[in-house]
Design a protein around this ligand. Structure first.
Ligand code: SAM
Length: 794
């Protein structure tokens, strides 16, 4: 289930720097912790500037009070007062210096350290220790300055060539080719880089390109022995393979694009009765239609994924990571992403080499393919300083939005408008603590941006714009989600998928879609592109609504309302929260005390909630609740009242106190599930819960699912299958049969059925295909590569 951003932790916190600084800290001490790339941090001596709490505690109560009472109109005054106050505090200036001054940065390049890592890499390479050689070259690349030489060659280019050699030895030929591309883009006249590229192309069977690479290399090579070796290689290829020298096919290895373009669907932003602006469509939309794709206005990687995911596209980093050319913090999965986030061209020329017109064309093609022209420069103002690592992601995202806005408007030094995105916010509803924190972080952010560009306007007006932007980010930013899959059973029969929030982004049109607890559209991401697909049939003019997280079937109405209120400060007025529906009746319901009756019994909380939902004003007979509940019963006319403990079907009474006690006992059994008696206690728990809870109660589904997992882990697949099916049957009632949750559960069932050779596997597979293609269209293979086992044969 996609979960747009949650704001569990709205308190500003100074994060500790992640493990991506140099081997030694700025105080020269060896750093103790290791990151996946071997970079380490030293929390003790490289501690951050004085924590923000210290600043907060210095602020006078009168100022805190006026901030707590501030609203968008008074913000310029409160921002200006706080700015004046902080400006007189020496510790504030010290903190900003530490955050924004390049000299204090932990992310600067360092030639000496890079050379040490390079030597270590060379040593490992000659000893055949490829994985450590790869690690050391990567470390060296991360901190090697882009424009320094080592033994007459550009250090960064040399490191890419060395790493390309290791990658080739490890059989990672495509990655090796990419490193060669990087090296030739940095230094076109680097013979070894072309030579290594020729080797990579040979290994890939691209003999025409290999010959061209080697010919370029031959022109650049100075030594006679080197020239001889290259000539030997060329002759070998020409002798063994049929090679036409030209034209080489440089486009052959481009990534293929998925052809699932949004169709011509007209969307419109309209004003709604209860939800502000919202999106509707002007044409009918069948389910599974891709109706909107959008690139973010600004995006930022989540802190915990900085070392493992690309800072531009948010995909997992490959073995051949490409670090930023100017700082040691930003990491990319490819030169394309690096160039996209960057702002600088790789200057490289071939002066003094006459390689002939055809080879020159070939070189141009290779470089053009390597260096993408479209640079959005989002990393420029953050490069080589501490604050992007130290401040909360949302604040860093705000910095990106402001810089982009000002650059686009050509506003630097000319206007007092630093940002104006016309998005909604909930500033007035924020609690006093949150308002104060937004004030402080806005002042710190803008002060840091002033270090980057001295004509940055910093005053009450611009700070208040930043405060409102942060409030807008809270309400409008989307979490960029990736699906991670892992085996969940010892015998690899089932796998679980987990959704991780790798980034956070602002989409301008995406921000206009309102929330529904039963959405009719589904959002997902490829790289940082937002895709929105219809999951139901949408009529002309019908609102298009996605889920901000809470959904019918997952939570009761009460839980959904609390969550949306806490996270986004609004009272949900979607159809499911204002009208009675079966899922909300079932989810926490009890069974009728009459064993032959299938009716629903509600407890006091649920009755009150449902009554408020259907008729908030008076106490009429709540026909709507009964009408919904009557789906379960034979009788058409229900005469009894909707009361706690009363069966909505037959009017029979259940003792709610005793029932709750029984459920508690059932929960104790569930707690025993990890003990040695795991299977029998699981089944006992299920029996206890089923004796009092309604058969479609969510808790019964959870225990069925748990018991299925237990049976799976001990290899009793038939019983696992039966419990898995039982769980799915309940979830279908709660979510609807085509919900993505059902798709995920069916994947579990199908994997068990496949292991059992069960004939029903086909049916599950067909249903999975239906559910997933409705939600992801043709993108399903890319987003869920682990589902390939379900593919039908050719
Ligand atoms: C991302 S914005 C959506 C666009 C917004 N309606 C606007 O006018 O800009 C989120 C805000 O829309 C409103 N909203 C969205 N879904 C809603 C719902 N189901 N019930 C009530 N308000 C909703 C809330 O004010 C929420 O903070």
């Amino acid at each position: 289930m996609l979960q747009p951003l949650t704001f569990h932790n709205s308190r500003l916190q100074w994060s500790s720097f992640l493990d991506n600084s140099e081997e030694r800290c700025k105080m020269g001490k060896k750093k103790p912790r290791q990151s996946p790339w071997g970079f380490v941090s030293c929390p003790s001596c490289c501690s951050l500037p004085p924590p923000m709490e210290k600043l907060k505690s210095a602020i006078p109560q009168t100022l805190i009070l006026s901030i707590s009472q501030s609203n968008p109109h008074t913000l310029p005054n409160t921002c200006s007062s706080l700015h004046d106050f902080l400006n007189h505090l020496p510790q504030f200036h010290q903190m900003v210096e530490d955050l924004a001054h390049k000299e204090t940065s932990l992310f600067l390049k360092n030639k000496e350290s890079a050379l040490k890592f390079k030597l270590k890499g060379n040593k490992c390479l000659s000893n055949g220790d490829n994985s450590n050689a790869l690690r050391f070259y990567t470390q060296a690349l991360r901190i090697a300055p882009r424009d320094v030489n080592d033994m007459g060659k550009n250090l960064v280019a040399t490191l890419y060539v060395n790493r390309a050699a290791v990658l080739q030895k490890m059989g990672l030929v495509v990655e090796s080719l990419h490193d060669c591309n990087m090296a030739v883009a940095i230094c076109r006249s680097y013979s070894k880089a072309w030579y290594r590229r020729g080797k990579a192309n040979t290994l890939m069977g691209n003999y025409e390109n290999a010959v061209c690479d080697l010919k370029v290399s031959l022109h650049m090579e100075h030594s006679i022995s080197g020239k001889k070796q290259i000539e030997g290689e060329i002759n070998l290829i020409l002798g063994q393979h049929k090679v036409k020298d030209f034209p080489p096919n440089v486009d052959k290895y481009n990534d293929s694009n998925i052809n699932d373009q949004p169709q011509q669907i007209q969307l419109q932003c309209v004003t709604t009765e209860t939800k502000g602006r919202g999106m509707v469509c002007l044409t009918e939309i069948p389910p599974a239609t891709l109706l909107h794709t959008e690139e973010p206005y600004a995006a930022i990687i989540s802190k915990q994924f900085r070392e493992t995911h690309c800072h531009f596209c948010f995909n997992e980093l490959p073995k051949n990571i490409v670090p930023c050319l100017s700082c040691s913090m930003a990491l990319y999965c490819s030169q394309i992403c690096q160039a996209n986030a960057s702002w600088q061209d790789l200057e490289s020329d071939m002066k003094g080499y006459d390689i002939g017109i055809d080879l020159e064309k070939y070189v141009e093609n290779v470089i053009k393919e390597s260096v993408i022209i479209k640079q959005n420069g989002e990393h420029k103002h953050e490069c080589g300083v501490n604050w992007p690592a130290a401040l909360p992601s949302e604040t860093v995202l705000a910095g990106r939005v402001i810089l982009k806005y000002m650059t686009h408007q050509g506003h630097f030094g000319k206007s007092s408008t630093i940002v104006n995105l016309d998005l909604c916010h909930n500033y007035v509803q924020l609690d006093p603590e949150a308002k104060l924190e937004l004030h402080i972080s806005s002042i710190i952010l803008l002060k840091c941006l002033q270090f980057y560009t001295s004509d940055f306007p910093l005053n009450g007006e611009t700070i208040s714009q930043c405060v409102l932007l942060l409030a807008q980010i809270k309400v409008n930013s989307m979490a960029i989600i990736r699906v991670k899959s892992s085996d969940s059973s010892a015998n690899h029969t089932t796998s679980t998928t987990e959704q991780v929030r790798v980034g956070q982004a602002i989409y301008l049109t995406g921000s206009m879609f309102n929330h529904s607890c039963k959405p009719n559209i589904h959002t997902y991401f490829q790289s940082r592109t937002l895709n929105i697909r219809a999951i139901d049939f949408v009529r002309v003019g019908q609102p298009l609504e996605l889920s901000y997280g809470p959904q019918v079937g997952r939570w009761s109405c009460n839980e959904r309302q609390i969550s949306l209120k806490n996270q986004y400060a609004f009272i949900c007025s979607c159809a499911s929260c204002t009208k009675s529906n079966l899922s909300d009746l079932f989810i926490n319901s009890y069974r009728c005390s009459n064993p032959t009756c299938f009716g629903v019994v509600l407890d006091r909380d649920l009755v009150n909630y449902e009554k408020r939902k259907v008729n908030p004003c008076d106490g009429v007979e709540y026909n709507e609740i009964k009408k919904v509940a009557s789906v379960l019963c034979e009788e058409t006319e229900l005469t009894h009242r909707v009361e706690p403990g009363v069966c909505l079907n037959c009017g029979g009474y259940r003792d709610m106190y005793g029932s709750k006690e029984t459920v508690k006992k059932g929960e104790i059994c569930k707690g025993l599930l990890d003990s040695s008696e795991v299977v029998s206690s699981g089944l006992r728990c299920l029996d206890v819960l089923k004796s009092v809870l309604h058969p479609y109660n969510k808790r019964v589904a959870e225990v069925e699912d748990y018991v299925a997992q237990v049976f799976c882990s001990i290899g009793e697949l038939q019983r696992a299958r039966d419990h898995c099916k039982a769980s799915i049957k309940i979830l279908e009632k709660l979510y609807g049969e085509e919900h993505i949750v059902i798709g995920n559960e069916l994947v579990k069932l199908a994997s068990i059925q496949l292991s059992l050779g069960d004939g029903d596997f086909e049916e599950s597979r067909n249903r999975i295909e239906l559910v997933f293609s409705r939600h992801y269209g043709s993108h399903v293979d890319v987003i869920f590569p682990h589902l390939k086992f379900l593919k039908k044969g050719p």
